[in-house]
Design a protein around this ligand. Structure first.
Ligand SMILES: [Zn+2]
Length: 459
């Protein structure tokens, strides 16, 4: 799970993606519940396999796929690919050839495995990113040791999201071990760089049609959103830069210059007193967690102007000041209105301080995503959660963003959710860990939901 991301405008490809939806299920049929015997066999098989699942997740943690800079991606892709091959998957390695971050020192290699059942469709794709953020300080265990203690597996990525990858790989495997014939096709991918935007990862797979609307029916991303919550999307991101141009002058006679820093101060004042109250009054209907993130928000990422404060000082009026802002917008707001509102605020600042010229530059845009309300993937997951955990699932949306955007906007696959083991609040923390009970439960849920989607889709 990440909260900062770079995402270029979606590129529509000619052909299948542009030719309208090619869905292979009919939502009118609703859910086709799995036979209780299938449910029992899957659950028993996962229970029997617990040690193997935990060992696999621990082995993934021991491959320190730290991003940045993108360490050990290829060995990790091969490790996942070898396991998938053992489990009868056809495996392909997909390097992000041509992307600037794909270098000999740090190759960007993704792995994708496919096991075909009775029919190419419905195709359920389980995707997990195997990059992890740096360990940082404050650990009481080896962050890359894959230590198990008191029913929890510890390490960087335990929660976000190597447990999720283990759950995906074994969710796909247990049905085979339980002797259940797949009515459709299952794919499992391990991808790079989610933490830094996913352009060489899921975006690459989507751009090169490994994930595509005419091929891929359903995508489950086992990000750590808590074992009883299903994540149906995320807010939008608009990062922009405001540049204030003033006029240099002697610091002893500031009235002969025009301070760009003071000009920026006026803009910040408008943000605080004009914009923020408006944003606080807006609330999305999407169930973003935590609840305060249901409002539109803005943060100042950084500000820079005048002389470097650690440098030698000379008496000058600052003629330039720049600041970068992180505006998270709601599905209901949309990008155009969000950007227009900022542009109007910049124009207001220009009228208030005519000596200063303000410029607005876009820095980064991520559109919000939301799984359609009537998507069969939602009841498949919530139903499986009820079956496995005996309680109702909550539908949530993420305050940040994750690879869902590439699936929805680049591949054009609308039926995507995030669901996986691990507690959201532990992601990126020291002593990151996952409860083994959650890993087991999520493996069952993903296995059952995948089977149900394949059955429902084949009717
Ligand atoms: Zn993640």
């Amino acid at each position: 799970m990440r909260v900062r991301v770079a995402c270029p405008a979606p590129r529509r490809r000619r052909g299948a993606l542009a030719s309208g939806p090619a869905v292979h299920f009919d939502p009118r049929y609703g859910r086709v519940p799995l036979h209780p015997d299938v449910v029992r066999r899957v659950a028993e098989r996962v229970d029997d396999t617990t040690e193997e699942i935990v060992d696999f997740a621990a082995a993934l943690i021991r491959i320190p796929t730290v991003n940045p800079p993108g360490e050990d991606y290829e060995p990790c892709a091969r490790f996942i690919g070898d396991r998938l091959r053992e489990f009868d998957f056809e495996v392909a390695y997909v390097a992000a050839e041509g992307r600037p971050e794909h270098t000999p020192a740090h190759p960007r290699v993704n792995v994708i495995g496919r096991r075909r059942g009775g029919h190419p469709h419905p195709l359920v794709h389980l995707n997990g990113h195997f990059d992890v953020v740096p360990a940082g300080d404050g650990w009481t265990v080896d962050p890359f040791g894959g230590v198990v203690r008191d029913g929890r597996l510890y390490g960087r990525g335990a929660c976000d999201m190597k447990a999720g990858i283990a759950a995906a790989v074994y969710a796909a495997e247990v049905s085979r071990r339980a002797g259940i014939e797949l009515p459709g096709t299952i794919e499992v991918s391990g991808t790079v760089d989610e933490e830094s935007g996913g352009l060489a990862g899921v975006h690459w797979l989507a751009e090169h049609r490994w994930l595509a609307q005419d091929k891929t029916d359903f995508v489950i991303i086992p990000e750590p959103l808590d074992v009883d919550r299903v994540c149906i999307g995320h807010r939008g991101v608009y990062w922009f830069e405001v540049e204030a141009h003033g006029r240099i002058g002697h610091g002893s006679m500031p009235f002969l210059g025009a301070s760009a820093i003071e000009g920026m101060g006026r803009f910040l004042h408008l943000i605080e007193h004009e914009l923020k109250p408006r944003l606080a009054a807006r609330q999305t209907g999407v169930p973003v967690v935590p609840p305060l993130a249901r409002h539109a928000t803005i943060n100042t990422n950084g500000i820079e102007g005048g002389q470097p404060v650690d440098g030698v000082q000379t008496p000058c009026v600052a003629d330039r000041c720049r600041a970068i802002f992180d505006r998270r917008f709601l599905l209901e707001e949309g990008l155009d209105a969000t950007r227009d509102e900022i542009a109007a605020l910049v124009a207001d600042a220009g009228r208030l301080v005519p000596d200063i010229r303000f410029e607005l530059h876009d820095r980064l845009i991520v559109h919000p995503t939301r799984t359609p309300d009537d998507s069969p993937i939602i009841p498949a997951l919530t139903g499986a959660i009820r079956t496995v955990l005996g309680r109702d699932a909550a539908l949530v949306a993420s305050p940040g963003t994750y690879d869902h955007k590439h699936v929805a906007r680049v591949a054009g696959v609308p039926h995507c959710v995030a669901y996986g083991p691990g507690e959201l609040v532990l992601a990126h923390q020291p002593d990151e860990s996952v409860a083994i009970a959650d890993l087991v439960a999520a493996t069952k849920v993903i296995a059952l939901a995948s089977l149900e989607l394949m059955h429902g889709g084949s009717r």
